[in-house]
Structures are given as structure tokens and as C-alpha cells.
Design a protein around this ligand. Structure first.
Ligand code: RB5
Length: 147
């Protein structure tokens, strides 16, 4: 899969870990920044990654800021994006099974790198369950179309 990644300064170190894990897993990556520890604004990076996913340029996205909250707010503003903030494994698994989440958000100041990598591994390998959840996703699309 082609994965778009983005972080602010608070997520930069974790993003590097995630990039190398994805490489190990054989995924193609597009890193939308940031590239330095200098303080930046998370909406700038969250928006770019979200558009890459919504346009189909990337199959999925991973965003990291300090808590993951800011990036989640940004990503879920972009129609077609279903971003899930997952700082533990159960949510990571359920966000794929039930929500077909196409963007994973992590809190770089909340969890350690080992847990983050386990979350990414779980999220990348868990399929969407389909069935009754398809209609719920259609309803989300209808809400987006009302805007
Ligand atoms: C940056 O200090 C911090 O506010 C940001 O990384 C994030 O946690 C926002 O939600």
C-alpha cells in the first residue's frame, strides 16, 4: 500500500519510527513533513496528508502530533477521510474492523515508540469487516454531502 505520513514537531521522532516500520513491512511511503524539530502548526501537515488520502493519491494516512487530538480534528474535516485517534491496540483494531478508518492518528507525547509500532502493525493488517458497517459508512458520506 502507499501510505502518506505527516507530523508536527511533537510527532517527528515517532514518525521516523513509523516510517522504518512501514518500510520493513514493504509499504510505499510519502512523507509530507515536518522534517525538523522546529515548532510548526499541525493543521498544515494534517491537511496535506488528508487530501492525499481523500484524492486516492495514497491508500491510507498516518498522522502524529503531541496528543493526536489536533491532527484528528483536522483530518476529519476533509470529506472522505475517516481518521481514528488510537493510542491503544483495541481502538486500532476496531477502527479498521468497524469504521474502515483510512487515517490513523497517534499521540507522540502520550505513548512510547514500541506501543506506537504495535498499533501501526495492527492497524495496517486488520481488514474492514463490511456487512452492517457499510450502511453506517454510507450515512457518514451522506452527512458530508449535506455540507
Ligand atoms: C504542539 O505543542 C501540540 O499542541 C500539538 O502537537 C498537538 O498535541 C495538538 O493537538
Amino acid at each position: 500500500m502507499r501510505i502518506a505520513l505527516g507530523s508536527d514537531h511533537a510527532g517527528l521522532e515517532m514518525k521516523k519510527e513509523v516510517l522504518s516500520l512501514l518500510q520493513e513491512m514493504g509499504h510505499e511511503q510519502a512523507d509530507y513533513g515536518t522534517d525538523t524539530p522546529q515548532s510548526v502548526d499541525y493543521p498544515d501537515f494534517g491537511e496535506k496528508v488528508s487530501h492525499a488520502v481523500a484524492s486516492g493519491e495514497a491508500d491510507r494516512g498516518i498522522l502524529i502530533c503531541g496528543t493526536g487530538i489536533g491532527m484528528s480534528i483536522v483530518a476529519n474535516k476533509i470529506p472522505g477521510v475517516r481518521a481514528a485517534l488510537c493510542n491503544e491496540l483495541f481502538s486500532a483494531r476496531m477502527s479498521r474492523l468497524h469504521n474502515d478508518a483510512n487515517v490513523l492518528v497517534l499521540g507522540g507525547r502520550i505513548i512510547g515508540k514500541d506501543l506506537a509500532k504495535e498499533i501501526v502493525r495492527t492497524w495496517m493488517t486488520t481488514p474492514f469487516e463490511g456487512g452492517r458497517h457499510c450502511n453506517r459508512l454510507k450515512k457518514i458520506t451522506l452527512i458530508e454531502e449535506k455540507r
